[in-house]
Design a protein around this ligand. Sequence first.
Ligand code: GEK
Length: 245
Amino acid sequence: MTRPETDRLFAQAQPQSDFRFDSAVARVFPDMIRRSVPGYTTIVPMIGIITEQFAQPGSHCYDLGCSLGASTLAMRHGLRFEDCALIGVDNSAAMIERCEHYIALDDHPLPVSLRCEDILTTDLSDASVTTLNFTLQFVQPAERLPLLQRIADATRPGGVLILSEKVRFESASEQDIQTHLHHEFKRANGYSDLEISQKRSALEQVLIPETIADHRERLTAAGFGEVTVWYQCFNFVSMLAIKAS
Ligand code: GEK
């Protein structure tokens, strides 16, 4: 297993093609997500704290779209019950292969099951904490409500979904300001204008952001009770949706 590399995937001019979670992305992923997603390095440890608060004995905890397992490991360290089952799911074989390596390097005793499966069809049951940390945005909009309904149906009363997403804004001026600030964040982290614009084109048809109001409405329709935004930095938010007790 080679060490994680610096993300230079979009540094050279290249023909436009859709972004894919392949082995080249998996190799640079820790660097890419840290330099691209404002708040990621805060959100991940907070997922551990939220897990500690809401996990229930003997329940299942899921990290859906686990990539290299950063949130899975935060959940693992937040879990206080030895009889919980922790499951990470990702449909990128390159991600799951590297994730296995990172999970093995971590010395926490709680076992982690990794599944190379689609989160739209993976089995979900008896859940207390489920995490979708920047994953739902890659699911086709028409598939989002059925997925959230399956998660809500699988969640115990008092259990939660942690949902982090890139969002868009109804107001054109707010959208412009937040997008500009996000691009400045990327520039401050060493990405060139060419890298920013080529990555943006590659993600255009793949990452489909919605408004915070869209997310709230759909989480409620799916069967969650309280929905609260617990983190926002520019156009990136994390929400907590709680199943009524
Ligand atoms: C983290 N949560 O580090 N089924 C399974 N996996 C999927 C699907 C799907 N239908 N669609 C996308 N993915 C992680 C970061 S990254 C976010 C999550 C980002 C997977 C995809 O393969 C990728 O690994 C992950 O979702 C999204 O906390 O790259 O911005």
